[in-house]
Design a protein. Structure first.
Length: 357
């Protein structure tokens, strides 16, 4: 395939590995006369979109809205040979049109394929050229604009995006917050390891769920998984819930509510609960101090809140756009799968306790 052919597209979209054909099918169903190329040059997780004269930024927004299988959609505003000087010149020319001297910018590069240079090499050279031509200030933490470069073998796609398009980690310490447990719907990707590890993880998660008497727990698939470890994970979850429930029945001076368990697909689950408040727990989320009031409103509203978590892999980022909030409950700390939910629920409990005075 010639570089010219690859440069004929207007949007560079990404999906989870192996999900590109599904994403493409959604796009082809919803757009007429659209040209879609999946896994170009064999690079999985990429969908190139073209066949239209529509403005790349507008088309990218439409692509994002079309399906949650699309995780990111970059408008292709410049397409050049994957050579540092060519990239730097094209990126700087683009920046001259949209970046003012009183703004802050950052450069990010993602390379796919083998090259004689690194992503850092590209970032440094492009940053220097953009700064030279615009007099704007480099700010990697909180930029107003981001020059994003996707390199695919010998082709470089350049986009200029607002800094707000990227989720930032807030590494400041945050207070914990709480939840309305019996009303809550929790959906989490299953832990898939060997059979024994999957069972043990499931059992720990099950005990944690029942400890808080969560109303419903969905084992939410995002892609095909091996049946054997999945069955052991489910067995562990159910046995963990039962073991904790039996203790509660004997020791509590009130009726306990056993967590109900279901298996479903996460993207479809988000569609099913689209009228419910959806909260995603991922490190890309905002600081609790910034969203506490909104969080309380969602958790105490008339509709049952839905909490989404990942496992060994995070929640697909395409789903982020359909969430009401994205929250990091432990900034700067990587929580293991079995601790993620209890940590979040304990935090929710404190926030709601404060709201009750």
């Amino acid at each position: 395939m010639e570089k010219g052919d690859l440069c004929s597209y207007r949007v560079f979209a990404t999906t989870q590995i192996g999900m590109e054909e599904i994403a493409a099918s959604y796009l082809e169903e919803q757009f007429e006369n659209l040209k879609v190329l999946t896994a170009p040059l064999g690079f999985k997780g990429i969908v190139l979109v073209g066949g239209t004269n529509e403005d790349p930024q507008i088309l990218a927004e439409r692509v994002l809205k079309a399906t949650s299988y699309i995780e990111k959609a970059f408008p292709i505003q410049e397409c050049v040979e994957a050579e540092i000087e060519s990239i730097a010149n094209a990126a700087a020319s683009l920046a001259e049109k949209y970046v003012s001297s009183n703004e802050k910018f950052a450069v990010r590069t993602v390379r796919r394929g083998t090259h004689s240079f690194t992503s850092i090499d590209v970032n440094v050279r492009v940053g220097a050229e953009v700064q030279k031509r615009t007099n704007a200030t480099v700010d990697l933490e909180d930029p107003d604009k981001v020059v994003f470069i996707n390199i695919l073998a010998n082709t470089a796609y350049i986009s200029l995006l607002p800094g707000s398009a990227f989720f930032k980690k807030d590494l400041k310490k945050k207070p914990r917050f709480q939840d309305v447990f019996r009303r809550m719907i929790v959906a989490q990707e299953p832990y898939i390891g060997d059979d024994n590890a999957s069972y043990n993880m499931g059992a720990r998660i099950g005990r944690g769920l029942q400890n808080y008497e969560i109303g419903e727990y969905y084992v939410a698939l995002t892609k095909p998984v091996p049946a054997s470890p999945l069955s052991w994970f489910l067995k562990g979850v159910l046995e963990g819930i039962e073991s904790r429930y039996s203790v509660q029945v004997k020791s509590y001076g009130r009726k306990s509510v056993k967590t109900k368990v279901y298996v479903y697909e996460m993207h479809t689950l988000v569609r099913m609960f689209r009228r419910h408040p959806i909260v995603v727990l991922e490190p890309e989320g905002k600081s609790v101090t910034k969203v506490a009031s909104r969080l309380k409103e969602l958790l105490m509203g008339s509709r049952r809140p839905v909490l989404l978590l990942g496992s060994r892999e995070g929640v697909p980022t395409g789903i982020y756009r359909f969430a009401d909030l994205i929250v990091d409950v432990a900034p700067g700390i990587t929580l293991s799968t079995e601790y993620a939910l209890p940590t979040a629920l304990g935090a929710f409990e404190m926030i709601l306790g404060e709201s009750e005075g």
